[in-house]
Design a protein around this ligand. Structure first.
Ligand SMILES: [Zn+2]
Length: 237
């Protein structure tokens, strides 16, 4: 039931996957768990070059490596995970992009990072499970800010009153930044039901927002700290 990107699955020499509530880290990435960089995601736009397994990265929301065997990942629970690969599998990257990261330009930062010695035209990107336009309601001021700042059709940014479509915004940006191809894997983290009969839970993904709603109604409901799902990618060579 793990989500995969057809685009990334076609790239040689890499493994990737998007976790969910039943498998926070996709099973095929488990052997690489100890190599994960140490990091703190802060909804910022800082991107780190990863050279060593378990590298200390500090506060960062984007990761880039050419080293085989090092798993890079982002943790999300409604925000948008985007993972990237060079089309020959020789370099990979991952980004955590919530609404703030999208507005502040984390995808642009990653494109710049790639363009230092390479070009985004040699890269593909996959957008993972996140809060969908069906459920991601925000205030009107935020929708207006997006529509003001981004040169995109207003109905693409917000297909429904006060709802944001993070994935559609990211996809448009990635194409505008010159990536060769972009696809999407997974579905809305807030409303997608679990269809795996082996798992007890009602919903497929962990969702910060769904959880905080339930906690408001029932304060004894457990929080999800440390229960975010991983979107990860590794060069296997
Ligand atoms: Zn939804």
């Amino acid at each position: 039931m793990t989500d995969y990107s057809p685009l990334l699955s076609a790239v040689p020499g890499i493994k990737h996957g998007f976790g969910n509530k039943g498998a926070l880290l996709p099973e095929l990435l488990l052997p690489y768990h100890a190599t994960l960089p140490e990091k703190k995601q802060v909804h910022g736009i800082r991107i780190v070059d990863v050279h060593h397994p378990a590298q200390t990265c500090g506060e960062a929301d984007g990761f880039f490596t050419r080293e085989p065997g090092i798993l890079i990942s982002v943790l999300t629970a409604d925000c948008l995970p985007v993972i990237f690969s060079r089309n020959d599998g020789k370099a990979i990257a991952a980004v955590h992009a919530g609404w703030r990261g999208l507005l502040d330009g984390i995808l642009e930062q990653m494109a710049q990072h790639i363009n230092r010695e390479d070009g985004t035209a040699n890269w593909v990107a996959a957008i993972g499970p996140a809060a969908g336009p069906c459920c991601y309601e925000v205030n009107e001021e935020l929708v207006a800010r997006f529509q003001e700042v981004l040169p995109l059709p207003p109905e693409l940014i917000s297909p429904q009153h006060r709802h944001l479509d993070l994935a559609a915004i990211a996809e448009k940006k990635l194409y505008a930044l010159g990536f060769a191809a972009v696809d999407r894997a997974g579905s809305c983290t807030i409303c997608t039901q679990n269809h795996d009969p082996r798992l007890p839970q009602r919903f497929k993904y962990t969702s910060y927002r769904r959880n905080s709603h339930r906690r408001t109604q029932d304060p004894s409901h457990p929080g999800i700290k440390g229960r975010n799902q991983y979107s990860g990618i590794v060069i296997t060579g």
